[in-house]
Design a protein around this ligand. Sequence first.
Ligand SMILES: C[S@@+](CC[C@H](N)C(=O)[O-])C[C@H]1O[C@@H](n2cnc3c(N)ncnc32)[C@H](O)[C@@H]1O
Length: 312
Amino acid sequence: MPAPNRRHEYHDSVLLAETVALLAPAAGKTFVDGTLGGGGHSAALLEAGARVIGLDRDPEAIAYATQRLAGYGDRFQTVRTSFAEAGAALDKLGFASRLPACCSISAFPRIRSIPRSAASASCTTGRSICGWIPAGPITAADLVNTMSAEQLERIFRTYGEEPAARRIAAALVRDRLVQPFTTTLQLADAISKVSPRRGKAHPATRVFQALRIAVNRELEVLESALNEFAARLEPGGRFTVITFHSLEDRLVKTHFKNHSTAWLNRPEWPEQRRNPDCIFQKVTGKAVAPSATEQRANPRSRSAKLRVVEKL
Ligand SMILES: C[S@@+](CC[C@H](N)C(=O)[O-])C[C@H]1O[C@@H](n2cnc3c(N)ncnc32)[C@H](O)[C@@H]1O
């Protein structure tokens, strides 16, 4: 049984109607939901008669969605895995061939408050995004207590888009000489002292986002998922991705552009050349944003963007 206090995390499926309209679910089609969560997107696909394989790395989400969607019988299956390893999971289910359609939902909603667990968030897999972030399990505390001011500044600027990155990094390197950082509160206090509050957000919000992205290697995981799903998709199958912050959206936008541009043109070439990486065509020109009504009803949806491509 899922813990009841997790339910609130699952109840709002972002861009649901838009995603379903673009995927056109029907009996005989199979979808992979890369971030099953509470199963809201999957439920809509199942309701239209499709088959769904729901992936999630969180056992509570799997338990919750399994219970919620039990009525759909064997049209619904789950696999506990990271979407970055979707290919291996689908192989185990016997999907050696390609999928008729595919739906991956990006899973990193923007942090609106400072999570207590951020300083101890651990990383379990993956090569480093930046060469100097050590491979293997690391924590936010490891980064804050050991990296140089330049390295911290780069993390805060790149992953947090933090304008005061240099000032904050210098302050943390100074403060840790007195006492290493062991709690999120200690870190949030140190940041508040050197970075004034801008608007409603806590001054440490961007730094916490940056540390979370670095520790979990979120962009790298997302990139790997894009490749895994693309490789599995059948011609004509659609691939939808919802992102929740600009770094993710930029990554998805660039990935889709690089793989949907048919011809390449460089000044040094006498004529344009076919793009060997072109495997998609775009379905929507711009990213789809939630309607004003959805944004009012669910403020967490405000930063969401949906991009869609179709396999050639
Ligand atoms: C916002 S919920 C998804 C909501 C869902 N689409 C719905 O309509 O109910 C995000 C889910 O993504 C999962 N998730 C995050 N990162 C993941 C990853 N790398 N691989 C698989 N699942 C992931 C989380 O565990 C969480 O359950």
